[in-house]
Design a protein. Sequence first.
Length: 283
Amino acid sequence: MKRGIVEVGLGVSLAAVVVLATLKIFGLALAAGAPDLHLKGIPAPPGSPFKMLYSGYQFRNATTRAMQDDDFSNPGMLAIDPATAEWNHVEGTAGKSCASCHHDVNKTMHGVGATFPKWNARLKRPVTLEQQINICRTHYMGAKPWAFKSDNLTNMTTLIRYESRGMPVKVATDGPVTPWYNKGKKLYYTRIGQLDMSCANCHEKYYGHHMRADLLSQGQINDFPTYREKAQHLVPVEQRFIGCMKNVRARPYKPFSDEFMELELYLASRGNGLNVETPGVRN
């Protein structure tokens, strides 16, 4: 795939000034690390930039957390029934459904969503869960791929991730995946856009501080697809990446690009050990 293009920052000599001014504009306290928020987390694995890992759930208010905790109140749960029906729906030239190969989704998908992105031996590259769903549709079912942000794709991704809810994220970064992981790590720390900022500027150095009315998290993605109250619908992780890139005035990569896959691989692995929360609820 053609690699995406990002807009260049304002220049090395102005970088520090731009970042500091941006943080002040956004209302960020200029003190590194998280304040004492009495968060519940887990010890970070070796090599992590953090001492403790905290789900984004820990940074939400009591109302939002209660909405996520109650399946009857969590709007993201509305994706489960239509996705389950789609799982059993025969489609494509092969006359198959997801169930034709994978049978009962409640049994065969248990724990699967917690391992993505992962290595695809046939393609000899890692793929995201959304990509794998479309690979199954086109290669095995003879059906058309679902579009990025479509209800069908987001709902099916939610269903498969939901089958791992409560299980720890377990994304492999060794073996043939390592070069892709390293590319994702480089993307995470690369400053982009007119504001000349990286993912780490907000989610590593200043997590736990306020950006206007919002409390910055570590940027963990164990809750995706997640229901965003602001958007009023389930949001796939690449849509959240696009939003962040636009916030720093950068040109987003294309959906399902190598860059987004690499970034998701790196970010997911940073949360290894945190429980899958899909469908999460966030601001």
